[in-house]
Design a protein around this ligand. Structure first.
Ligand code: SAH
Length: 361
């Protein structure tokens, strides 16, 4: 198969300036303005590359909407507040949330809705999705472009996993950076770079890992969570982060590539393949905590959605419906919360100002 346009360019870059860190590789594969995956591809849905929780069922967005209505009460029911989503994809989640807010007109009136999205193509999709429920979002391409000064309610589903990670390979007693270079035949290949990870405060079992072990660090994800937490400490509010990930720093290679619902090699067809990493919830919790914010969870997605009433919601939607509809609802519940599906791998963590309790944890 011929190389993708992005592959040709990345190889030329590597030839000229040397190997790329895994972080630079991820950032270019996903975000290159011309050929980046989110810029050029249609990733979502049955015909795309993967399906996310909001696209599994409207119940997901409705329960998150109800959570936000509750959180709004708990932060003191501010008349004016910022409602923000990071990386809204097709806009399904926010559209479902906005429909749920119809039950509480003051929330729709008081919300200044901003979507943080870099892809112009996806912004257009999000705008269309929200127009169908009567919402007109503003857009920001970075967190520091968000409006300030009002309490914040924020959601981010499968956003942090798309932010670049660095990988480190244990080699002769130190952690050397894992890089993407070219092998003798000129093919893309992983290798060892010059940078070395400062030992810092790694847990004992990680610090003593044997040669070849891989450790990941995710400064951009930690920084996003810290920025949001600081904002919440300053202005009040609550934020919900949902993603696949792990709850304790550990060794392991979680870089994953997906195309057309199949796992691929991470260097396969750059620009046409989604490339993500599991989120280190211990690290993002620490980042949030360092600001003085209160951290809730992480809980598993299954436990969180159950506590928010997933089963009741499914029963309500199924009442008086035909057996096929009821079977599909049961299937959706399993998909969202079942241990073999998204229920355990996916985690939910919330951040609030100090002293605020939140539902679901
Ligand atoms: N939340 C959606 C989509 C997840 S895919 C869902 O659950 O279906 C990741 C989303 O984050 C996409 O919309 C992508 O364009 C956006 N994104 C990725 N990196 C980003 C960045 N650095 N800044 C802003 N948006 C980003």
């Amino acid at each position: 198969m011929t190389a993708t346009p992005l592959e040709r360019r990345l190889k030329a870059t590597i030839q000229m300036t040397g190997p790329l860190s895994v972080a630079d590789w991820m950032a270019l594969c996903l975000g290159d303005p011309e050929h980046g995956y989110y810029m050029a591809r249609e990733p979502f849905g049955a015909k795309g590359d993967f399906i996310t929780a909001p696209d599994v069922s409207q119940m997901f967005g409705e329960l998150i909407g109800a959570w936000l209505i509750d959180a709004h009460q708990r932060i003191g029911a501010p008349a004016a507040f910022d409602l923000v989503e990071l990386g809204p994809g097709r806009g399904t989640l926010m559209a479902d949330i906005w429909r749920t807010f119809r039950l509480r007109p003051p929330l729709q009136l008081g919300a200044r809705l901003t979507l943080v999205e870099t892809s112009p193509r996806l912004r257009a999709r999000q705008q269309d999705a929200l127009a169908t429920v009567g919402a007109a979002p503003r857009f920001a391409d970075r967190l520091d472009a968000l409006p300030r000064g009002r309490p914040l309610l924020l959601v981010a589903n499968e956003f942090l996993d798309a932010l670049p990670i660095r990988q480190w390979v244990r080699h002769q007693g130190v952690w050397r950076e894992r890089v993407v270079g070219l092998d003798a035949e000129g093919a893309l290949a992983f290798g060892l770079g010059a940078a070395v990870l400062p030992q810092g405060d790694l847990p004992q079992e990680v610090a003593n890992a044997s040669d070849g072990a891989i450790l990941e660090t995710a400064a951009p994800a930690n920084a996003v969570v810290e920025t949001i937490a600081r904002r919440i400490v300053d202005d009040g509010g609550a934020a919900l982060f949902i993603d696949y990930g792990y709850t304790k720093t550990a060794i392991g290679d979680t870089l994953q590539a997906v195309r057309a619902h199949e796992h691929r090699a991470p260097l396969d067809r750059p620009g046409e393949t989604d490339i993500t990493a599991h989120v280190n919830f211990e690290a993002i919790a620490r980042a949030a905590h360092s600001t003085g914010a209160l951290v809730h969870g992480p809980a598993t997605q299954g436990a969180f959605l159950s506590r928010l009433g997933l089963l009741d919601r499914a029963a309500r939607l199924g009442t008086g419906k035909d057996p096929e509809t009821q079977a599909r609802l049961a299937q959706d519940v399993e998909r969202l919360a079942g241990a073999e599906e998204m229920g355990i791998l996916f985690k939910v963590m919330a951040v609030s100002s100090d002293g605020i309790e939140l539902a679901g944890f």
